[in-house]
Design a protein around this ligand. Structure first.
Ligand code: SAM
Ligand code: SF4
Length: 334
């Protein structure tokens, strides 16, 4: 029988790939300023988007090569109908050990139980402000209360652990959120993480001066609630700190000020079936056409291995001549 091999998936720089982010839709019910324009984007047609069966087939090819960590994202993944069904299909694939979801949380209250039952173990919920009006300003949706209810619904399931709350850090906006988020992390069973603003916004208005760095945020928190570094896990993107008095922890994802490319073990699949080897890739590899024209698993494996071999050594965000990819974060699958 035609089967993909179990040889580890490696890039040309010696990095072993163990993690896949799957964008299940490019659509979203929010319009975060740093991600999408107010009017939305031209959405993919339904037929252009990979089916659950196509996604599951690709993951069944990747898992034996060591891609054991699969995260569902989007767009807004919960905007895709029947997402728990896909989660259940992926959970059942041999070699998928860690199935997780990144969501804006708006539909989480309704779906938390089904997602946990389907095998999603870890959740990242994006929350950029803890104040209703500022949340509205940034996401263009008056939805903070619904998102907080979603988080609460999730925390009723002890299997859903850890629950991470991610906030994009933007200079001129996030400073006011830093201490409230630190208190939130101390009072709830959530790990709050600040993510530096990256040049993947649809408005293309990003500039280096808008990046509020993890180091600055950490110093502001440390001055009020002393922090101690936690040991770093392999391939972890976040630098995690414990509150010195033992009440919770907080993390910093610093792709702009402290790139972690050397340790990157990720690839991404877009909703329309393109393989991307870096968030900032300028080229992508079409897997949908071979999937739909009868390619065998070994043929698809070869296409994937060739693309991954050419994975970018690093991103060039901090270099002159940096070119922002045509796709924005919502179309890549962040
Ligand atoms: N809609 C879901 C959500 O918001 O969690 C999943 C997709 S969203 C593109 C994934 C993550 O990317 C979110 O945490 C979001 O805040 C982050 N993101 C989007 N645009 C970004 C940007 N320009 N810089 C940094 N993070 C960004
Ligand atoms: Fe939607 Fe997530 Fe982008 Fe916000 S960050 S617009 S929730 S895809």
């Amino acid at each position: 029988m035609d089967r993909a091999s179990t040889e580890p998936l490696r890039d040309g720089h010696g990095r072993e790939i163990g993690s896949l982010r799957v964008s299940v839709t490019d659509r979203c019910n929010f319009r975060c300023q740093y991600c999408m324009p107010a009017e939305g984007l031209p959405w993919l047609q339904r037929a252009e988007v990979l089916t659950f069966e196509e996604i599951a087939r690709l993951i069944a090819i990747l898992a034996p090569m060591g891609v054991s960590d699969v995260r569902l994202t989007g767009g807004e993944p919960l905007a895709r109908l029947d997402l728990p069904l896909l989660a259940g299909m992926l959970h059942g694939i041999d070699g998928v050990d860690d199935l997780s979801l990144t969501t804006n949380g708006y539909l989480l209250e309704r779906h938390a139980a089904a997602l946990v039952a389907a095998g999603i173990g870890r959740f990242n919920v994006s929350v950029d402000s803890l104040q209703r009006d500022r949340f509205f300003q940034l996401t263009r949706r008056d939805a903070l209360a619904a998102v907080l209810r979603g988080l609460e619904a999730l925390s009723a399931h002890p299997e859903a652990h850890p629950i991470k709350v991610n906030a994009v850090a933007i200079r001129g906006f996030t400073e006011e959120e830093v201490l409230p988020f630190a208190r939130f992390a101390r009072e709830h069973p959530y790990e709050v993480r600040f993510i530096e603003f990256m040049p993947l916004d649809a408005d293309r208005s990003w500039s280096p001066s808008q990046v509020l760095t993890g180091k600055e945020i950490r110093a502001a928190i440390h001055a009020v609630y002393p922090l101690e570094p936690s040991p770093r896990e392999p391939h972890a993107t976040a630098r995690v700190y414990r509150f010195a008095d033992g009440r919770g922890q907080i993390g910093f994802i610093n792709p702009v000020s402290e790139p972690f490319c050397a340790d990157c073990n990720r690839i991404r699949l877009t909703a329309d079936g393109r393989l991307r080897t870096c968030l900032f890739s300028l080229a992508e590899t079409d897997l949908r056409a071979p999937l739909r024209t009868g390619a065998s698993d070994t043929e698809i494996e070869r296409i994937i291995r060739d693309a991954v071999w050419r994975k970018e050594l690093k991103h060039h965000v901090n270099e002159p001549g940096f070119v922002q990819p045509a796709r924005t974060m919502s179309a890549i699958g962040g």
